[in-house]
Design a protein around this ligand. Structure first.
Ligand code: NAD
Length: 336
């Protein structure tokens, strides 16, 4: 494996930041691009450019002189954010993906990996808690729940046509709930595993054992740890497979079970309070048959082990945030 020049877009985000370090560890030269720096640790990228990829000329600059592009940049977040920002998400992500892909073509990029999502699957296949795992071909007839999923489907098509008509080798991965340390854990963009780790950590550190769960908590998902995700996308980029493919775990758990696992890791007992909130589809799981066949591999890190690492990191963030808040309160009371 020789050294390659690689671009990671969205390198200020959760998966992109980890991917930069991972690819450098494999001996590659890596450029990261984002509209923001990584939030929780400085980037290790050989070159890091702050660029808005909704703009075509910025995409040309980003993709200049690289052989491979991992296209991760997206306006996205957890269920709350995705349900509340359809217009913005569809608008921004269409611009980012159309311009990045076309700039890669103009600059003669050889391989391109687009990060799609399990959110492309139709709502009518995900109405029950105990649903069959989703196979790749079941994305059609299309009826994703949110604009986020529609945009992912459109960009999948764009990637397929760019390969057929322009010869750019485009790979398409559909992630199923990737989680791990150094991802959004508060503020509205965090997803279920991080949000639950935060709530459990707050319960542990404040002694208030009540945890709010959106809906009845019986909605099901599978969750895949970041280290498995990185291995999987590197393998896919090196493969000769170009159709959309799932990347996730195929162990389905309810959100209530997820809370119980995290509470056990934290060593506390919690009381769940079910409240109204966006829940997404009722049930979702990844069918990994194609993944096993194409890559001769599938994610192997257990949910418990991935959550233990994630919880440890989030508990530390919560501890620091509570300490900061209490010293601010103290200052405030002195001023008064
Ligand atoms: P993230 O939000 O942490 O990272 C996305 C990054 O894109 C952010 O740092 C953001 O600043 C950047 N970005 C947004 N608009 C931009 C713009 N105009 N120009 C440049 N950069 C911009 O998300 P993530 O979890 O790391 O996800 C990475 C990719 O994987 C996304 O495309 C996402 O849709 C996809 N995906 C993630 C999951 C998951 O569970 N994390 C699941 C399915 C799909």
């Amino acid at each position: 494996m020789g050294q390659k020049r690689i671009l990671v877009t969205g390198a200020g985000g959760f998966i992109g930041h980890h991917l930069v370090t991972f690819l450098q560890g494999r001996g590659h030269w890596v450029r990261g691009v984002d509209i923001k720096e990584p939030e929780f640790a400085p980037t290790t990228a050989d070159d890091f450019l702050l660029l808005d990829l909704r703009r075509w000329e910025n995409c040309l600059e980003a993709t200049a002189g690289v052989e491979e592009v991992y296209a991760l940049a997206a306006d996205m977040g957890g269920m709350g954010y995705i349900h509340a920002n359809h217009a913005r998400i569809l608008h921004d992500n269409i611009l980012i993906n159309t311009h990045t892909l076309d700039a890669a073509r103009v600059n003669g990029v050889k391989r391109y990996l687009y990060t799609s999502s399990a959110c492309v699957y139709p709502e009518y296949r995900q109405l029950e808690v105990d649903i069959a795992p989703l196979k790749e071909e079941e994305a059609y007839p299309a009826q994703p729940q949110d604009a986020y999923g529609w945009e992912k489907l459109i960009t999948e098509r764009l990637c397929l046509h760019y390969r057929e008509e322009y010869g750019l080798h485009t790979h398409i991965v559909r992630f199923h709930n990737i989680f791990g340390p150094q991802g959004a854990w508060e503020g509205g963009r965090e997803k279920a595993p991080a949000a639950i780790c935060r709530k459990v950590a707050v319960a542990k550190l404040t002694g208030n054992d009540e945890i709010e769960v959106w809906g009845d908590g019986e909605q099901t998902r599978s969750f895949c740890y970041i280290d498995d995700c990185l291995i999987g996308i590197e393998k896919l980029m090196a493969s000769d497979f170009y159709d959309p493919i799932n990347l996730g775990q195929d162990r389905m758990v309810t959100i209530n079970e997820l809370v119980d696992i995290v509470a056990e890791i934290a060593g506390i007992t919690v009381t769940k309070k079910h409240i109204t909130g966006p829940q997404g589809v009722r049930g979702r799981n990844s069918d990994n048959a194609l993944l096993r066949q194409v890559l001769n591999w599938e994610p192997g890190i257990s949910l418990e082990s991935g959550l233990a690492d994630t919880y440890t990191w989030i508990e530390e963030q919560v501890r620091q945030s509570l300490m900061q808040k209490s010293s601010e309160d103290l200052m405030h009371s002195r001023i008064l």
